[in-house]
Design a protein around this ligand. Structure first.
Ligand SMILES: C[S@@+](CC[C@H](N)C(=O)[O-])C[C@H]1O[C@@H](n2cnc3c(N)ncnc32)[C@H](O)[C@@H]1O
Length: 292
């Protein structure tokens, strides 16, 4: 969050809500506001968004709207000094172990000695999705540790911060296409790729499957939502090599059957599924060959 010298304080607004399916909607609305920062905490079934803003009235309409969908929504606010906000923000980001293989960390935190054999994924948290904290990202990273990446070509459609692309390159992928339709996300992904020293193997591009028109890949990664995933099926079938694997995440649990039905009438079959919290994730291969 940028800060004006004339306003030395920042509001922290903590919004607790009980309908995790509202999360995507909420993130979209918060990130459309000027000059806000945010992080999430989770306690049991309650999800809290910590929104930092120097213009709370602008943000108010958001939780008023949210309360129409989730009557249990709770809002607390307090004023912080700008320095405190910075400190709270940085303290919040600790190295995060995911699965057996990965350590997602901000550049200002070193890995602890016991984590030094994990593959580091340096992410500077800003606006884009993909700090490693979200269950949908964790589902992808856990699937990814079951695949061999050495020498492979990978496409990460909906790269956000670039977290999955960086993981793929760290695991040995020879070439990774990091794609996102959001220009700012691609800028962030590019900056994180530089931070990890992987610019020679990860190409960040604004766009989606159309950017892979003449390419085929061994591994396709897509942490999107239900509808873009279903829409992506024909393009994924075109881009993925016959022996390839497609990992998907970002499907709200209740929507799992809709996705499975869409896959049934496609060139893919589901060869694995996992759930974390309210989220589903799948491993797919093409129907053309025997079991893989
Ligand atoms: C849930 S985030 C995933 C970020 C990161 N890959 C992760 O796993 O944490 C989804 C991202 O996909 C992007 N996106 C949405 N629809 C897309 C599409 N059809 N093609 C490419 N990117 C898309 C969004 O802009 C967003 O950055």
């Amino acid at each position: 969050m940028r800060h004006s010298a004339s306003n030395p304080s920042v509001w922290e607004v903590v919004i607790e809500f009980h309908r995790p399916e509202m999360e995507e909607w909420f993130v979209e609305r918060v990130t459309a506001l000027q000059n806000v920062g945010m992080y999430w905490t989770v306690r049991g079934p309650v999800l809290s968004a910590h929104v930092f803003t120097d213009a709370p009235p602008e943000a108010r309409s958001l939780w008023e709207e949210l309360a129409r969908w989730d009557p249990e929504v709770q809002v607390r606010q307090r004023i912080l000094k700008y320095r405190d906000w910075q400190r709270q923000w940085q303290r919040r980001w600790r190295p995060l172990r995911v699965g057996h293989r990965w350590l997602v960390r901000p550049p200002w935190r070193e890995a602890r000695p016991q984590d030094r054999d994990r593959l580091p994924i340096l992410i500077e948290p800003r606006r884009a999705f993909g700090t490693g904290l979200h269950e949908t990202t964790q589902l992808m990273l856990r699937w990814m540790e079951t695949l061999a990446f050495e020498g492979r070509t990978v496409a990460d459609v909906g790269t956000g911060t670039g977290v999955l692309s960086i993981a793929a390159a760290r695991a040995g992928a020879q070439k990774v296409y990091a794609l996102d339709i959001d220009v700012e996300a691609v800028e962030e992904a590019q900056s994180n790729v530089r931070l990890n020293g992987l610019t020679d193997r990860i190409e960040c591009l604004v766009g989606s499957f159309e950017k892979l028109a003449d390419e085929s890949v061994d591994i396709l990664l897509a942490n999107l939502e239900l509808e873009p995933l279903i829409e992506a099926i024909p393009a994924a079938a075109r881009v993925l090599r016959p022996e390839g694997v497609w990992l998907v995440s970002g499907i709200f649990r209740d929507h799992g059957p809709v996705f499975q039905a869409a896959v049934r009438s496609s060139p893919f079959r589901i060869t694995g599924r996992r759930r974390r919290g309210e989220w589903m994730s799948y491993r797919l291969t093409t129907k053309r060959k025997g079991p893989r």
